[in-house]
Design a protein around this ligand. Structure first.
Ligand SMILES: [Cu+2]
Length: 215
C-alpha cells in the first residue's frame, strides 16, 4: 500500500510537470527540392492562427493540376533523408476520411489536417513565391488527447498527389515527436542539461516500474 502510494505520487508529479507549460506556438520550415516555405501555428482566442508563406519553389511551371498544390498536416514526423512518405496519413482524429471532399462551409466534412481543403490550394506563381496568408482554424490543437494533438506531426506539400516537400512541426522548440498517444514533454528550463534530464527520466521510469512490480 505504501509502495503503491509512492508510485502514484511519483506518477502524478510527472504528469503535472508535463502539463505545467502551455504550448502556444508551432512552426514548420520546409526546405527541400528547391522549395522553401514557412508554416506557423499560434494559439489565439477562438482557435489556431495559421500563417502560410512560400518563399520559393511553387512555380506555375512545375504545377501539374490547374487547381494548384495541396498541403496538409500529416500524422507522423518526416522520415530519414527527408522521406515524406514516412509522414503517413492526414491528421484526422474525427475519422472523417477522404471519401467525400472537404466542404469548408461544413467542417464536419473536413479532416482536421486538410489545410488545403479548408483554406484553398496553393496556386503556383511565375517566380514560385506566394505571399503570406493567414487563417483562423477551429480544429487544430496543441493540447488534445493523443490523436488530436499537433505535437509530433508534420506538414506535406503535394503536386498532383506526389509529396514534393515536407517538414516537421516544431512546437515551442520541441522538435522531437512524442511516442504515439503520448503527452508532450515538459519544456526544458533554461540551462538544464538534457543528458541529465534523460538520465532523470530513465531513473524515474525505472523507479516507477520497480514500484509497480513490488505490488
Ligand atoms: Cu498531404
Amino acid at each position: 500500500m505504501l509502495f503503491k502510494s509512492i508510485a502514484t505520487v511519483v506518477a502524478l508529479a510527472g504528469l503535472a510537470a508535463a502539463q505545467s507549460k502551455e504550448l502556444t506556438h508551432g512552426k514548420a520550415e520546409v526546405n527541400m527540392n528547391d522549395i522553401e516555405a514557412t508554416f506557423t501555428f499560434d494559439k489565439v482566442d477562438g482557435g489556431m492562427s495559421i500563417g502560410v508563406t512560400i518563399a520559393k519553389g511553387l512555380t506555375s511551371a512545375i504545377q501539374v493540376l490547374p487547381t494548384g498544390f495541396d498541403y496538409h498536416v500529416h500524422v507522423n514526423p518526416v522520415g530519414p533523408n527527408n522521406n515524406c512518405t514516412a509522414t503517413g496519413l492526414h491528421l484526422d482524429p474525427a475519422k472523417v476520411g477522404v471519401a467525400k471532399p472537404c466542404d469548408p462551409t461544413d467542417l464536419t466534412t473536413c479532416q482536421t489536417g486538410d489545410l488545403a481543403g479548408k483554406y484553398g490550394n496553393l496556386m503556383g506563381t511565375a517566380d514560385g513565391a506566394i505571399p503570406k496568408a493567414t487563417y483562423l482554424d477551429t480544429q487544430l490543437t496543441f493540447t488534445g488527447e493523443g490523436e488530436e494533438s499537433m505535437v509530433g506531426r508534420s506538414i506535406v506539400i503535394h503536386n498532383n498527389g506526389t509529396r514534393i516537400a515536407c517538414a516537421n512541426i516544431d512546437i515551442d522548440g520541441q522538435d522531437a515527436p512524442t511516442p504515439s498517444g503520448g503527452k508532450p514533454e515538459p519544456t526544458k528550463p533554461a540551462g538544464e542539461n538534457s543528458a541529465a534530464k534523460l538520465v532523470g527520466s530513465v531513473a524515474l521510469t525505472g523507479f516507477v516500474a520497480m514500484m509497480m512490480m513490488a505490488l
